[in-house]
Design a protein around this ligand. Structure first.
Ligand code: G3H
Ligand code: 13P
Ligand code: NA
Ligand code: ZN
Length: 328
């Protein structure tokens, strides 16, 4: 059944678990997520980015998620729009039937320019008024994702600030967060704590100086009733990097957010955990390996089945690690 994000995250808060929010662009990701959820009895958040809408088209994404709900009627599903850059973008998604939208007013309509606090409050408030009138939930964002090591936002072609960010911009301020939630009425708040989008988050396994999970604890202490969201939460599995590189890939040394750090976040109010890159890496590794080992195969279903299996294993591991399993 399609439910709002507010309903799902209220339940998660009541029972102390987190929900991975996986990005979807195609059938294989959608199947991997749903089969993993069915096997572990987990509620599901599927989210579509602007890049996904460009790749697959909004109608295909919408009907693919509707198909998932039809095939797995017992699993609660949130259909979420990731990183909306304006109230107009959110309005379009609401019209299409999304049950939740993100209004990311931390960046301008180009998805690149860091914006000031007053702009963020204004556009987020506007999105909340519109969405709540339709029974749709809203996720806002305060602070900019970026590397505390380099000051870079990370993602080159997706959503992410252009140019250098200051240390303060990359760590959400707890008092400002309290003010923001009161002023906008958001259902969930994405915070910045040193994570960034994409595979290149950290040049070494992260320690507290470059991944500030403590900041989440401080924000949660200030606004205990607000559902917190962690973006850029892929763990960048070293085993998949090794497989990609073994079979012709070329990905330099890089590290993601350890699952134990996400679990620490979940103990301090994180209820939605955004993951895209991990499924991309697993899919690419599985396909590279299959292609290398089966050079005469040309039926896409053969290698895409391996892509599904690899992504599904990641989904199952996250549902179990975040305490989502058993709550569908
Ligand atoms: O926001 C970042 C997600 O990983 C989506 O990326 O815009 O390439 O689909 P995308
Ligand atoms: P990753 O790139 O770490 O998977 O993050 C995805 C994300 O935050 C989507 O909004
Ligand atoms: Na989002
Ligand atoms: Zn994000």
């Amino acid at each position: 059944a399609l439910i709002s994000m507010r309903q799902m995250l209220d339940h998660a808060a009541e029972h102390g678990y987190g929900v991975p929010a996986f990005n979807v662009n195609n059938l294989e990701q959608t199947r991997a997520i749903m089969e993993a959820a069915a096997e572990t009895n987990s509620p599901v958040i599927m989210q579509a980015s602007a890049g996904a809408r460009k790749y697959a088209g909004a109608p295909f994404l919408r009907h693919m998620i509707a198909a998932a709900i039809e095939e797995f009627p017992d699993i609660p599903v949130v259909m979420h729009q990731d990183h909306g850059v304006s109230p107009a973008v959110c309005q379009r998604s609401i019209q299409l039937g999304f049950s939740s939208v993100m209004m990311d007013g931390s960046l301008g309509e180009d998805g690149k320019t860091p914006m000031d606090y007053d702009y963020n409050v204004r556009v987020t408030r506007q999105a909340v008024e519109m969405a709540h009138a339709c029974g749709v939930s809203v996720e806002g964002e305060l602070g900019c994702l970026g590397s505390l090591e380099t000051g870079e936002a990370g993602e080159e072609d997706g959503i992410g600030a252009a140019g250098k960010l200051t240390h303060d911009q990359m760590l959400t301020d707890p008092d400002e967060a309290a003010d923001f939630v009161a002023a906008t009425g958001v259902d969930a708040l994405a915070i910045a704590c040193g994570t960034s989008h994409g595979a290149y988050k950290f040049t070494r396994p992260p320690t507290g100086d470059i991944l500030a999970i403590d900041r989440i604890r401080d924000i949660h202490a200030r606004i205990p009733n607000t559902h917190l969201v962690m973006h850029g939460s892929s763990s960048v599995p070293q085993d998949w990097l090794a497989i990609i590189n073994e079979f012709g890939g070329k990905i330099p040394e890089t590290y993601g957010v350890p699952v134990e750090q996400i679990q620490e976040g979940i103990r301090h109010g994180v209820r939605k955990v955004n993951i895209d890159t991990d499924l991309r890496l697993a899919s690419t590794g599985a396909i590279r390996r299959f292609m290398a080992e089966n050079p005469s195969e040309f039926d896409p279903r053969k290698y895409l089945a391996h892509s599904i299996k690899a992504m599904k294993e990641i989904c199952i591991a996250r549902y179990q690690a975040f305490g989502t399993a058993g709550w569908a």
